[in-house]
Design a protein around this ligand. Sequence first.
Ligand SMILES: C[S@@+](CC[C@H](N)C(=O)[O-])C[C@H]1O[C@@H](n2cnc3c(N)ncnc32)[C@H](O)[C@@H]1O
Length: 328
Amino acid sequence: MVARVLGSLMGTSAPVGYRTFFGQASVGPAEDQIREVSDASVDLIFTSPPFALQRGKSYGNLDQIEWVDWLASFGPEFKRILKETGSLVLDLGGAYQKGLPVRSLANFRLLLRFCDDLGFHLAEDFYWFNPAKLPSPIEWVNKRKIRVKDAVNNLWWLSPSTSPKADVRKVLAPYSDRMKRLLAKPEEFYSPNTRPSGHQVARGFERDNGGAIPPNLLQISNTESNTPYLRRCKTAGITPHPARFPEGLPEFFIKFLTEPGDLVLDPFSGSNTTGSVAERLGRRWMAWDAMEEYVAGSSLRFESDSPDEDMAVFANGILTNKPLRRTA
Ligand SMILES: C[S@@+](CC[C@H](N)C(=O)[O-])C[C@H]1O[C@@H](n2cnc3c(N)ncnc32)[C@H](O)[C@@H]1O
């Protein structure tokens, strides 16, 4: 097992959590833990905070107005710990207003708070389309049939500066079959003409860049049913986290916005999908959750069949000596 469980999970009084080669997970409210983090030390905060839902999940959710105030209260600390080139990406599900077939504006209010009041910039707005999402809310969608299925989350990519580190070449999408044919025989496709928009189609489009520029709509099905994490939870008799996002989501942003050795933080990490992807990609990471059972369960993501020695060799090539925590 790669993860080493620390603290009261082993019956001691040390902080509860575990370490891996690249990161550390710990139990406790993000409000407390964030104060321990060094200034300008984090490259990416990627997180899915508890949503402003009407129907509470087992870990609880705040009223929508309170939720905006609560999450915005993290703004100054997020800004303090992020590097100038760093990014904050918030994955936010939508919600309806209580008892009405009209949507909550909470995600948009939060975006305006971060940009207007807290000094962040909206680098780009992304949308996560989960085709596997079940139709809801039942009243408006299934029974009365007056609203369509809500299958898109907002992903606000915010940054303290106007030039956060980013490299699209790390997240190129596979070319379409048509583009592959075009790359193979460009002359058969090129006819100099004007697009309906009035733009001239320029030459150069036939250059093979290794993949297509991805759009800001990420289509990723959240359908995992037989992953090592779920199998190990079953064996250990642990209930899997009820609101996990798919690995593809943090994977896109970690590759896009960080480099090996950079530091990624998920302050509301649940089953620690973010940390496990960061580990696989050779990024240092920190993950927090208020609930001990989630942190304990998340350590199952780091079970490994590969010998520790192999991981150590890999880790030593990438790890830096920068402290994760503030020094006194
Ligand atoms: C939407 S879930 C995150 C799920 C995660 N992305 C995953 O893939 O498993 C939000 C998490 O935030 C945690 N949480 C709620 N309030 C918190 C707080 N003040 N500090 C730290 N964690 C908190 C909850 O226990 C919950 O596990």
